[in-house]
Design a protein around this ligand. Sequence first.
Ligand SMILES: Cc1cc2nc3c(=O)[nH]c(=O)nc-3n(C[C@H](O)[C@H](O)[C@H](O)COP(=O)(O)O)c2cc1C
Length: 172
Amino acid sequence: MNTTEAVKTKLDVREFDTKPVGADIKMAVLEAGRLTQSGVNSQHWRFIIVQDPKNLVRLAEDSSSGAWVGRANFAVIICTDPKKGYHLIDAGRAAQDMELTAWDDGVVSGLYTGIKQADMRRDFGIPEELNATIVVGFGFPKRKLLGRKNRRPLSEVAFLEKYGNSIEALHK
Ligand SMILES: Cc1cc2nc3c(=O)[nH]c(=O)nc-3n(C[C@H](O)[C@H](O)[C@H](O)COP(=O)(O)O)c2cc1C
């Protein structure tokens, strides 16, 4: 799958099959995170991969908006340093690279940011200087994906040269 195709077809999925995901795909996901760009290449992130069903349930309990992760095959906690002004961007980029890499092998994913920090620190040993910023849950899809994205039209979100200018003139 090329990148354009991956971006066009990738959906955020919260329902997963019980079919196991191999270690090679999990390693590829972590490697994608490691290779992602970060502000001044600071690589302040740390990634915790969670695959033990008991720990996935704990992850779900430590979240206010990601209970579905309890049924994922595995998850990655993306920890970043909140003292870096750009840390949310870095976390988002790492998550996206991981998700697209997994999708290359037909593994779907979703993410959440509703995270109970204190509970996560206690349960997953996250040090004080880092936040658990994003959790991404992965697995094979439970059912065939409909593949339709609910997105605003390009004419509403993209402009030419100046905010509000139509992109129609791009074709001229
Ligand atoms: C910054 C960010 C935060 C998100 N937080 C949550 C969340 O807390 N829980 C959740 O289930 N989904 C969360 N999502 C997933 C979005 O709801 C999802 O990307 C959006 O609905 C589009 O999904 P689609 O690609 O399947 O159309 C988040 C996505 C982003 C980019």
